[in-house]
Design a protein around this ligand. Sequence first.
Ligand code: AMP
Length: 283
Amino acid sequence: MILYKATVTLKKDIEKIRLSGKSIGFVPTMGALHKGHVSLINISKNKCDITVCSIFVNPTQFNDPTDFEKYPSTLANDILLLENSGCDILFLPSVAEMYPSGTKPAIHYDLGDIEYILEGKYRPGHFQGVCQVVHRLLDMVNPHYLYLGQKDYQQTIVIKRLLQLINHAAKVITVSTFREDTGLAMSSRNLRLTAEQKENAVSISKMLHYIADHYLDTPPAQLEKYATNYLLNNGFHKVDYVSIAEAETLQPVNDVTKAGRLIALIAAFISEIRLIDNMILKG
Ligand code: AMP
């Protein structure tokens, strides 16, 4: 695996790879890698000649400074995992390398309503920050395929929109959520949970299954209330949302019989650690 820290050298080599006719798959991450990230690398490796992974904890997408400061970092282990999974290129830029003119946004991305609901509502500015960094990374890595996890479902919608806005031809491949045997979605933030908190965290996927089993015969509002109360009674301290939504727009659904594709999404806190997960109900 080749490690790049400088954008100039990365860009030059990417150009050479493209000119040689090879396909490039890209997996952007914030590090503290786990099996979920590795599944994205593996899927990219199966399809593409060259797989690029980036590790960059992007300051502009954190609306909560403590969350940014406490974001886990396990770089030595990350490099080992990437080497073992056969990743070809690791891009590891510094903040100065990514934001040479400072982190203040130069562009406002017109993302539409998706920017302001669910994650957007509870993490104001988050998706502008995501677009800021992904736009830069796309300029640098210029991939044919962009691998994203379904775990961050709203982010996949936002990034597809970004690709349209900036006219980038990369194709998004959404990879299903990799879970622990307990059902807990793998997440870098799980590293911050104590053993007891990790046991409680399983309640999110339990509630997603509960919703999947009951959404056809129980009104969405009732299920959302049930799941919220369940989480609050099982170790969660705050629930940002439990939402049964239309899968393309994430707008809430009142009558599931009239809806098309449906998804259930949850964001909730254990102590100050915010966890998210989702499940497609009707695909
Ligand atoms: P992150 O490092 O958390 O920003 O995630 C980098 C990429 O990995 C994003 O596209 C995530 O959606 C994806 N990802 C994170 N957790 C998982 C998981 N458990 N299963 C599959 N993909 C994941």
